[in-house]
Design a binder for this molecule. Structure first.
Ligand code: SF4
Length: 285
């Protein structure tokens, strides 16, 4: 049973974590084990920040030169807030190469859109909606555009490359998750969901139907039931896959000879609003 007064929340990233590996989800959401920043993820944050703030400028100033010139000052702001990010690079030359990668992503962006012709209705928009009898859904949407006729487009920037057609489920799920949230909050289904892949200039476009949003709501509810079932027993199973190579938790993962930390029922309850009953009972036996 979900404890009264709690608001356990689900974002597309955490939903993706649980799908990839429930134990990894537990370590992030329940145990809150800190993870070292990665150069790729930090580059993503930096490029997103430039694209967000580019739209603070008057339309005429939103040029490729402006955007690329904004990158390094944005990086200095990030470093001021999190000085530990300086450890990402072994040398000034490595940092310069990494920054140039960021500028290349921004140049690619300008081959995909003309920001001088856009006036976003929202940037890095925080959205949240409590699904009746379900979790609080939340997330940040990179950009929301509203056309003069009121039709809505959701745009998400990815600093990686376009997934092959047989992949990309995670990205599509994320966009439909946001579409559901926006529909519930604004009372209108977004007409267009657009993912811009800044590594290779690819675009993925979805036109969600009522059926798509019904389906994603069903998927979310099913996933949430699985999360609550895991929380109720305190058992978050490992799920080994090719993605383990990118996981920061191998040293405490039983699949790799590590030992899982004891699960703290209070932490489970704080994170997910559920007290693991089976654990409490077995502790009392
Ligand atoms: S290494 Fe693999 S199985 Fe272990 S926690 Fe990470 S994702 Fe899960």
């Amino acid at each position: 049973m979900v404890a009264a007064g709690r608001s356990p929340a689900l974002s597309p990233s955490r939903a993706g974590d649980f799908r990839q590996c429930p134990y990894m989800y537990r370590l992030r959401v329940v145990d809150k084990i800190p993870e070292p920043p990665s150069a790729a993820a930090t580059l993503g944050t930096l490029v997103h920040s430039v694209l967000e703030h580019l739209y603070d400028r008057p339309a005429a100033e939103r040029t490729e030169d402006t955007a690329t010139a904004m990158l390094e000052p944005e990086w200095r702001v990030m470093l001021d807030k999190k000085p530990e990010l300086a450890d990402l690079h072994d040398s000034p030359a490595a940092e310069a190469t990494w920054l140039e990668d960021g500028r290349t992503r921004l140049r690619t962006y300008f081959t995909m859109e003309n920001p001088q012709r856009l006036e976003p209705a929202g940037r890095e928009e925080f959205v949240q909606f409590a699904l009746p009898d379900g979790p609080l859904l939340r997330g940040f949407i990179d950009r929301v555009d509203v056309a003069p006729d009121g039709s809505i487009r959701i745009v998400d920037y990815k600093t990686g490359k376009t997934p092959l057609p047989q992949y990309g489920h995670k990205e599509k799920f994320q966009m439909k998750f946001y579409a559901l949230l926006v529909e519930r909050l604004r009372g209108r289904r977004p007409a267009l969901l657009q993912l811009l892949f800044l590594k290779d200039g690819g675009t993925l476009v979805l036109r969600p139907t009522d059926q798509d949003l019904d389906l994603v709501e069903h998927e979310i509810r099913e996933l949430w039931d699985e999360i609550i079932a895991a929380a109720s027993t305190g058992r978050f199973r490992t799920k080994k896959s090719k993605l383990c190579g990118w996981c920061n938790f191998q040293d405490i993962c039983p699949e790799f000879g590590g030992t899982a930390p004891d699960i703290d029922p209070d932490a489970v309850e704080r994170a997910l609003g559920v007290r693991p009953v089976a654990l409490e009972e077995s502790a009392g036996n």
